[in-house]
Ligand binder design. Structure first.
Ligand code: THU
Length: 142
């Protein structure tokens, strides 16, 4: 699966965004190691705190179906009625990625409507992170 194709799926997932409060629409497409793909969008709530980001929607959909091994996520976000602009994942989503993904390997692809793309490793967006290994006494910093 190419980064371009994954980004197309993120853009399509953005169509499902429920964001009547921020009017900021985000879609994500998560590539699993077995080649399967899970998509997600942001889903907001009148009470605000129950809202969830597109990235976590995609990751939780995948985990809930037994997937634990992920290679990459494409993210497309931007204001309603406008073109997507490069949108980096929030800190909470980065930490959720850290739970399931190898910081040295997991790729985060940001896309804009212009076709511009930026690719980061999780370790670049979440340096010196705390993860499952810390609780097993096997600290692995990256
Ligand atoms: N949002 C995402 O879904 N992903 C991001 O990477 C950044 C922010 C959502 C949360 C909220 O619904 C809206 O965008 C504005 O913050």
């Amino acid at each position: 699966m190419s980064d371009e194709k994954l980004m197309e799926l993120a853009l399509a997932a953005r169509e499902g965004s429920y964001s009547p409060y921020s009017h900021f629409r985000v879609g994500a497409a998560l590539l699993c190691a077995d080649g399967s793909i899970y998509t997600g969008c942001n889903i907001e709530n009148a009470a605000f705190t129950p809202g969830i980001c597109a990235e976590r929607t995609a990751i939780y959909k995948a985990v809930s179906e037994g997937k634990r091994d992920f290679q990459a996520i494409a993210i497309a976000g931007g204001p309603e009625g406008g073109e997507p602009a490069l949108t980096a994942p929030c800190g909470v989503c980065r930490q959720v990625m850290r739970e399931f993904c190898d910081p040295e390997e997991f790729r985060i692809i940001l896309g804009a409507g212009t076709g511009e793309k930026q690719v980061y490793l999780l370790k670049e967006l979440l340096p010196l992170s705390f993860g499952p290994d810390n609780l097993k006494g096997k600290e692995k910093y990256s």
